[in-house]
Each structure stands twice: as C-alpha cells, then as structure tokens.
Design a protein around this ligand. Structure first.
Ligand SMILES: [Zn+2]
Length: 399
C-alpha cells in the first residue's frame, strides 16, 4: 500500500511529510534534526498497537528509549515522569507519537528539559511567569488522531492533577520541527474517537473563521479545511464502524478509507494553523465540560457546537453563508450551515443532548462559572455574557 512517491512534503512553517508510509522517514528525519539520543513519548494505548514496536525498531541505529506513561487528559505528574525519563536517558530530543495528549506532554517535557521550577511557572499570560530563555530540545511529531492538530501548534495544555484546571504554556520553540503525517496509522482508530476528534478539528476551523480580527490567511485555510471535513469525516467514521463490525473492506474501499483519513489529518492540521487567529464560545463551553464533568474535549465541542452556532449566526450571517456554501454548494442561507452540522453529528453518532451524555442540569452554575473565566470566548464574534452562557448550556441540554 505504501509507496514513497505518494509522500508529499510541505512547510507551514512546520516541515510536513504527508502520505501513506510517511513514518518510514523517521530515522532519516531524526538524524536530519541532529538527534543522537531521542526519547519517544507516547500514550499507553498507542504503545500497545502492532505498528508501534516496528516504528521504534526503525530507530535501532540510535540509543532510544520510550516513555508511554500518558493517558486521558494530560496532567503535571505525567510530565514529571516523562521529564525524569528524558533526563535518565540523557535525551537530546523527542519523538512524539499519538493524539493531543502525548503531543502536549512531549512539548511540556521539552519546555522543562532545561528550565527550572514548576511547569505552571511558565503559564502563558501569567504576570509573574518565568522567562522561557533556555534552549528547547527539538520535537518530531507523528499524529495518530485527526483532531487537535497539536503537531503544528506552539502551545501545550496540561491540567493540574488535583483541581483539573487546565493551564496553557506557549512558546514558538514548542512548535515541532517535523511532522510525519501518515494516514495508515489512523486506519484502526475506533469510530467514537474518530467522530469526537474530527468534531474538534471541525470546531477549530469554524471558530477560527468566525473569530474576531483580520487574518485572511487563516480564513482561507479554515475554509479549505472545512471543505475537507465535509468530504471526509463521515467516511472515516463509517469505515471505522464497518471494521468494528468485522466486515472486510474491498481494495477500493481500503483506498477510500486511506484517502478519507489523509483528508482529516490535513483538516486537523489546518484547524490548528487557522486558530492562531482565535477560537470562540464553543471552546469556552467545552473547556468547562472537560474541567467539571471530565468530558472528552472533542466530544464536548461536538455537544456545544449547534447551540453556539445558533448563538453566533445573527452576528455573522455572511460568514455563515460562506461556510454553508463551502460544505453544500448551492446553499442559500447561513442557517443551512447549522442544519449541516446537526446532520453530520447524527450521521457520526454524536449524542443529541448533554442529558444523553449523563450530565445533570445541576452542573450548569459551575459550568457557567468556569466558561466565563475561559480565555477563548473574548475572540468570539458576539460578546458572551453570563446569562448567554446559561442560555447556551440550556440549549445544549434541550437540543
Ligand atoms: Zn479544540
């Protein structure tokens, strides 16, 4: 299935090697970065997958060690354990393999490799933050989900073990130098994770396009990413469901599955590139759901997206029409875009309401409190008041 000629290389600004079999370039790219003692950072589930040992073996020319103590929402204690592994190995760089969680832990390990103190001393925007003034070891990223796009991002989000409060650390040097985006690694991703992470990518694209501010470059990337989600997300989920049901795919279907996974890998990276413009109210509501109810980030976005878009439509009718026409050529109203989101959600098995997820309306006050404090909604095209947040959650419980 893999042929080297099908791997494309592009830079924005991360060097991206995209295509089936792109992971075969790992050793050459690690050497090109000048790494002699890489630490592989992954999560405990990824490390169990059949291709993982083969990937590590491809680095056998070099002294390499693996840290796979990441699971769930990444927390400080995981970073500390990974940092100890980095120092024990006397590592000089990181190969991050997995979804958003191991990517973020890898970035946090890289940040703390040569910086003193506690990780949260470097929180973005903190008035007394310590300076990031020491070198940060290079990171090579191999994504295994299509959602956060953390592999092309400059920040890392890590939670406090006890309070679950999320802190963001940001530095341009946290941007991985090289990404090996290999859609073959996503072929076994379960339908539910495919759907939830895909909705995260979709939410990044939509919120970046709608975010306040002038950034036509991000807007263009967001619209093309949206187009890719419209073409590919449903196929990815459908193929994952069929594989889980024990069906075997024809050769043409296997090729279509690979194409769909590749489309979503690019859409995910485009979402993360576009949202340097900003995000919006959906992410503020979703961050609160993760903090208060431990809801998966992508699923939380998927649950809030229709309510948030009903809220935003009156503020940006022309932009909604452009998004509608991007996903459905010939659409004549911005409202059609919200209907498209609802239909997509249903087609990929996202529950209808927060109640369906088992969340109680009793959590609303706490959710509103956390969402108000979140840093994303100030970039939303329509200002969001406390009463608005109450109404948004009420909508998501009922919709
Ligand atoms: Zn997100």
């Amino acid at each position: 299935m893999s042929t080297a000629s099908a791997i494309h290389t592009y830079q924005f600004p991360t060097m991206i090697h995209f295509g089936a079999g792109a992971r075969s370039r790992l050793l050459a790219q690690v050497k090109a970065l000048g790494l002699q003692r890489p630490l592989v950072v992954s999560d405990r589930d990824i490390a169990q997958l059949p291709w993982f040992p083969t990937l590590i073996d491809s680095l056998a020319d070099l002294p390499v060690t693996t840290f796979s103590g990441v699971w769930g929402n990444p927390v400080v204690s995981q970073v500390e354990a990974g940092l100890a592994a980095f120092k024990d190995h006397e590592a000089d760089g990181i190969v991050a393999v997995g979804g958003g969680a191991p990517m973020d832990v890898a970035k946090a390990i890289a940040l703390m490799a040569h910086h003193p103190g506690h990780l949260f001393d470097y929180e973005d925007g903190r008035p007394d933050a310590r300076p990031v003034d020491q070198p940060i070891p290079p990171i090579l990223a191999i994504p295994t989900t299509a959602g956060t796009g953390s592999e092309v991002g400059r920040s890392t989000v890590i939670s406090d073990d006890a309070t679950h409060a999320k802190k963001i650390m940001f530095d341009p040097q946290l941007l991985p130098q090289v990404v090996l985006a290999d859609p073959e690694l996503l072929l076994g991703l379960p339908a539910k994770i495919t759907a939830a992470t895909g909705m995260d990518a979709l939410t990044h694209l939509i919120e970046a396009f709608l975010a306040k501010g002038f950034h036509p470059i991000c807007d263009g990337i967001a619209l093309e990413g949206l187009h890719l989600v419209a073409i590919h997300l449903k196929d990815c989920v459908t193929f994952a469901q069929r594989l889980a049901a024990g069906e075997s795919l024809s050769e043409a279907e296997q090729a279509a599955h690979l194409t769909a996974r590749g489309g979503m890998l690019n859409a995910s990276m485009m979402g993360a590139i576009a949202f340097q413009k900003g995000l919006g109210v959906t992410h503020s509501c979703a961050h609160a759901l993760s903090t208060v109810c431990d809801t998966h980030h992508g699923l939380a976005n998927a649950m809030m997206l229709p309510a948030a878009m009903r809220f935003n439509l009156p503020a940006e009718p022309a932009k909604f029409l452009r998004m509608a026409q991007t996903v459905q050529p010939g659409a004549t109203s911005g409202k059609a875009f919200i209907e498209w989101i609802l239909a997509l959600r249903q087609a990929i098995g996202i529950p209808d309401t927060l109640t369906d997820l088992g969340i109680s309306t009793k959590a609303t006050d706490q959710l509103v409190g956390v969402a108000m404090q979140d840093g994303c909604h100030p970039m939303n095209p329509r200002p969001v008041t406390e009463a608005d947040f109450h109404a948004l959650y009420q909508d998501a419980f009922a919709a």
